[in-house]
Design a protein around this ligand. Structure first.
Ligand code: PMP
Ligand code: GLU
Length: 401
């Protein structure tokens, strides 16, 4: 069959690809430690599971409203308003929320709605694997702006200013960040907002899916700025905060009525609505006891401290301590050109290949995120597995001469 040009040009998600490879090796009996896929290893909270079961028993088995059940959207709006706190320039209501099949689907809907052929989208890199491909799907043009470890992997106002052209339509900012673990401070955001104030034609997507996995200060959102309030789309969901990745529930929030109406039209033609049973489970996540979110955050912080300590004991790794999310993104360029057993590593892809074959540890190459000198290790796994994985990595990298 002839595949359309648009889909044919789409790359496979490298995070999902390596996770599948990891599973395949395990099925073959290889003892692989997976530090590749970014998803919490905890089970969903008990009250969420109960709500999902009750939804089945109470016959939530029919189509629901396109943007999600009003009760869920009300719970989301209430939570969002509480989290935006005193700086919130305008309270969100349920009609300004659209629930979709995971935050990934929300991002795709938002990009599809805002970007047309040739429109430019500014993506500070390293950035999450799917943004570039989503922009491609919308026939837009990604403008990659490289941030550096020296600058805490955060976009500066000068970089943003320099990247803007008359065709710029969108900026996508992710904080806490996947893959770097960097977090934008309020001051950093103020500088970015000052630039955006000069360009009212540019919309902003603020991907806040790691909001609750934060190890420093409080979460700062672009939704807190009055001057941007009608052109910011906030993306979030329960995948990371409540360890509910498989439930596939995410949401977007925006004050622009035309945008919300367009997203609803798109979703209505495309998937009708997110799974009703999963929506009821997500409602329980937002209305029920939230101590589970903090308990998981504390576990991630202990793992962060552990992996940073162990990584700093490995000669040649350059490590920036992550301030949020659950990824370590070390620079491995000091190993480029070195060999072991006839295998020379020339780049981050080959470091990942080498670690998989030699140490049986799966990571993701930084090139998947637009940064060729780094690799990503997900520490959303047990402390024992982190210790063993880092022991293996240290041994394998030590053999490279
Ligand atoms: N944004 C970022 C930065 C992510 O890391 C992820 C996780 N894959 C998503 C969005 C999508 O989340 P979800 O699993 O809810 O689709
Ligand atoms: N957020 C995860 C990751 O980056 C999930 C995989 C994906 O959705 O691409 O590994």
């Amino acid at each position: 069959m002839q595949i359309s040009k648009r889909i044919d040009s789409l790359a496979e998600s490298q995070t999902l690809q390596i996770a599948a490879r990891c599973q395949q090796l395990r099925a073959e009996g290889v003892d692989v430690i997976g530090l590749s896929l970014g998803e919490p290893d905890f089970p969903a909270p008990a009250h969420v599971k109960e709500a999902a079961k009750a939804a089945v028993d109470n016959d939530f088995s029919h189509y629901g409203p396109v943007p999600g059940f009003p009760s869920l959207r009300e719970a989301i709006a209430k939570t969002l308003n509480e989290e935006l706190g005193e700086r919130n320039p305008q309270a969100f209501n349920a009609n300004e929320i659209v629930v979709s099949v995971g935050a990934k689907h929300c991002l795709c809907n938002a990009i599809e709605t805002l970007v047309g052929p040739g429109d430019e989208v500014i993506l500070p890199t390293p950035c999450w694997v799917s943004y570039v491909e989503m922009v491609k799907l919308a026939e837009g043009k990604s403008v990659l702006v490289r941030t550096t470890m020296e600058n805490n992997f955060c976009l500066t106002a000068e970089q943003l200013e320099a990247a803007i052209t008359p065709r710029t339509r969108l900026l996508v900012l992710c904080t806490p960040n996947n893959p770097t673990g960097s977090v934008y401070s309020h001051e950093r955001l103020v500088e970015i907002v000052r630039v955006l104030e000069k360009h009212p034609e540019i919309s902003v997507i603020s991907d806040e899916i790691y909001e609750h996995i934060l190890y420093t200060g409080q979460h700062e959102s672009l939704g807190q700025f009055a001057s941007l309030k009608d052109r910011v789309v906030i993306i979030n969901g329960v995948s990371k905060s409540h360890a509910m990745t498989g439930y596939r529930i995410g949401w977007l929030a925006c004050h622009d009525k035309g945008f919300i109406s367009a997203v609803k039209r798109l979703q209505g033609q495309q998937c009708t609505c997110a799974t009703t049973i999963a929506q009821k489970a997500a409602e329980a996540a937002y209305t029920g006891d939230r101590t589970c979110v903090e308990t998981m955050r504390q576990a991630f912080e202990r793992r962060r401290d552990l992996i940073v300590r162990l990584a700093r004991e490995i000669d040649g790794l350059k490590v920036l301590e992550p301030q949020g999310a659950f990824y370590l993104f070390p620079d491995v360029s000091s190993f480029f050109g070195k060999s072991h057993n006839g295998f020379t590593v020339h780049n981050a892809n080959e470091v990942v290949e080498y670690l998989l074959n030699e140490a049986h540890v799966a990571c993701v190459s930084g090139s998947a995120f637009g940064e060729d000198n780094c690799i990503r290790l997900s520490y959303a796994t047990s402390e024992d597995l982190i210790i063993e994985a880092m022991r293996r990595i240290k041994e394998a990298l030590g053999k490279l001469k």
